[in-house]
Design a protein around this ligand. Structure first.
Ligand code: UD1
Length: 353
């Protein structure tokens, strides 16, 4: 039997730990007793997240957190961090994530997302750290032939450079495990993360006009935008609008902690879907959010958005069986927590205008 290290003896380096999913995962890791090192260049995150993490976890757990403001593509900075910190495992979130922008800036997206991953794994290898959890996406399934999606469902061509970076990084990491059997890789394919920390202290804070549905809906609710634009009502779904598997960010964060505990002492490459297994339409989301915020949110029907699929949702049996993990929150709780965050922080982490 392999001897498992306790969380207190395990140091987890989290790239992009100040971002939406990263910050919630850091909170869960600290609550479980892990030592955590965040590497984030704050290019798309606020330093205020660090204070919020401290507030949520309390002073004792906060002592187990260190932060480096650095670009994961900066090899010298990574060298210093790996020399300084006794890293056992890496959770890699850092990357550009705006689908539309990726179409306009493919060089930046490929260079940043793939480049930083290569720099990271090269530095890891040099320091004998060969365990990594990668933040992948259901986008690798493309337009599905059948639902629900299992980990065995085929990967399909991506519809944008952002999607291709997730697609390719999965293959890069898988190749590592073939070349060197000491590598231990977990690819987590997220469905649509929404919600916020139940305290209202942390949540999603997109810069500019949100691309994703939930932050847009939340900004309509708080009066920053006039109406939700519904991209297409002529899909082959019960109400004609797109269907997705929305998952509470706290469930997603817990999925990382479960994966981390499971992978300890293993090698190879394993893929897990992280979703709820339920599909929800755009109109159902607007209705649920309206109930959460106590007012009917206005919406207008627009043409379909290029690159969108009709519907996708996950089969999460594998995560349940192997990781002992399953999503606990439903749509009402996701909308409640999103609204709690948005209404207490109408401008995200920025000060009041
Ligand atoms: C998108 C990305 C996906 C990425 C994920 C990250 C695309 C094609 N896919 O997923 O690669 O991993 O974000 O979170 O962009 N919608 C509206 N109005 C809006 C925004 C969205 O009606 O203002 C609809 C969409 O048409 C879709 C659903 O809401 O049916 C969800 O959209 P979104 O939140 O952008 O997520 P995905 O497109 O599923």
């Amino acid at each position: 039997m392999t001897h498992k290290k306790s969380p207190a003896d395990t140091c987890v380096l989290v790239t992009g730990g100040c971002g939406f999913i990263g910050s919630h995962t850091v909170v869960c890791l600290l609550k479980q007793g892990y030592q955590v090192v965040i590497v984030d260049d704050l290019s798309n995150a606020s330093e205020k997240v660090l204070d919020r993490i401290d507030q949520i976890v309390g002073p004792e757990a906060a002592e187990r957190l260190s932060f480096y403001r650095a670009d994961v593509n900066d090899r010298e900075a990574l060298e210093c961090i790996f020399d300084e910190e006794p890293v056992d495992c890496v959770i890699h979130f850092a990357g550009y994530k705006a689908v539309g922008e990726s179409v306009q800036k493919p060089i930046e997206y490929y260079s940043n997302n793939i480049g930083n991953t290569l720099t990271l794994v090269d530095a890891m290898r040099d320091h004998g750290v060969k365990s990594i959890i990668f933040s992948s996406s259901a986008t690798v399934y493309g337009d599905p032939d059948a639902l629900p999606l299992t980990e065995e469902s085929p990967k399909k061509p991506a519809t944008n450079p952002y999607g291709w970076t997730k697609w390719m990084i999965e293959e890069i990491l898988r190749s590592l495990t073939i070349a060197d059997p000491e590598w231990n890789v977990v690819l987590l394919r997220y469905f649509n993360p929404i919600g916020a920390h139940p305290s209202g202290l942390m949540g999603e804070d997109p810069k500019g006009i949100p691309n994703n549905l939930l932050p847009y809906v939340a900004q309509v609710a708080v009066g920053r935008r006039d109406a939700v634009h519904v991209f297409g009502d002529d899909y082959d779904t019960p109400d004609g609008t797109g269907v997705r598997d929305y998952i509470h960010v706290m469930d997603l964060a817990a999925g990382h902690v479960a994966a981390l505990a499971w992978m300890e002492g293993r090698t190879g490459c394993e893929v897990f879907n992280l979703g709820t297994g339920n599909g929800t339409s755009v109109l159902e989301i607007i209705k649920a959010f309206s109930a959460a915020c106590g007012k009917e949110l206005p919406y207008v029907i627009e043409p379909r958005r290029a690159g969108d699929v009709t519907a996708n949702w996950a089969d999460c049996t594998k995560a349940k069986e192997l990781l002992g993990w399953e999503a606990r929150y439903g749509i009402a709780e996701m909308c409640r927590d999103s609204w709690n965050w948005q209404s207490h922080n109408p401008n995200g982490y920025e000060e009041e205008q």
